[in-house]
Design a protein around this ligand. Structure first.
Ligand SMILES: [Zn+2]
Length: 266
């Protein structure tokens, strides 16, 4: 994936992120020419001294069309009420052939492990309804199924509930729960070609996608191959939780997930 980033200019939403530094999993920062930073507020606790833009990740209307060569977003998409709109916008600001690299949590490794995977039809519906970042549709599910024992920073249930109710200003809540397959469907809908998928411990789903010319025959994209049951990335994944499995991961204990290495026994 290096050619998409080496000596190129990109923008990161919700960063900067340790995962993109020299000694970590995806060292994009040291090889790129510049990575601007975009956050929804200038007061975020993870603020950086890099060149910064203040805008919503799902509606960065101040950013010009085709102004970047790559987009990064690590553990951001799950915090967005309208993630498909974000992908559409990230595609808009990318030059043709530019790359989007997203990292989202795999629920098997996080406090979301009891929650069901979000469905593509729901994500599409959020997009069609033009859902805003003030949306709290998923609050009841989050309050019922969030595993507070795995989220020490969230405090007790009442503190957690209060934080969720203030989500429009703190953006800590995970609106949706992504599977790798769901992400591929979203990129496909957004008109991007998924080049690679990886699932890495402790909880990362990593997807690299590329913008395509509108004239490209959509039936010729790589996306159907990426979604095949015998795709290479599935064989390497430390845990798999298919959206259509009959027994949700939540029926397994957290220890089970890690001791077995997979949510699916077959
Ligand atoms: Zn939603």
């Amino acid at each position: 994936m290096e050619p998409f980033f080496r000596d190129r200019i990109g923008i990161e939403f919700g960063g900067p992120s340790p995962i993109f530094t020299r000694t970590r999993l995806i060292p994009v920062y040291p090889i790129s020419r510049r990575v601007d930073q975009c956050n929804f507020s200038k007061d975020v606790i993870w603020a950086s001294t890099r060149e910064s833009v203040v805008a919503e990740a799902a509606s960065p209307s101040g950013l010009k069309d085709e102004s970047y060569e790559f987009v990064l977003a690590s553990h951001v998409l799950e915090h967005l009420a309208n993630p498909l709109r974000a992908l559409m916008e990230w595609k808009r600001i990318l030059r043709l052939g530019g790359a989007v690299l997203v990292v989202v949590p795999h629920k098997a490794g996080t406090f979301d492990h009891r929650r069901p995977f979000s469905t593509f039809s729901h994500i599409e519906e959020d997009y069609r309804r033009n859902v805003t970042e003030a949306d709290l549709t998923h609050l009841p599910e989050v309050l019922e199924l969030h595993d507070l024992a795995l989220d020490p920073g969230a405090g007790m249930m009442e503190q957690f509930r209060e934080r969720c109710l203030m989500n429009a200003s703190v953006r800590a809540m995970h609106h949706h729960v992504f599977s790798p397959d769901l992400l591929v469907h979203m990129f496909d809908y957004a008109g991007m070609d998924v080049l690679n998928v990886a699932v890495e411990r402790p909880y990362h789903i990593i997807v690299l996608a590329q913008t395509l010319s509108p004239t490209v025959d959509r039936t010729q994209t790589k996306n159907p191959n990426i979604l095949k049951a015998d795709a290479e990335w599935r064989k390497k994944a430390p845990f798999l939780c298919e959206p259509n499995q009959t027994m949700p991961c939540s029926h397994l204990s957290f220890d089970d997930l890690f001791s077995s290495g997979r949510c699916l026994s077959q």
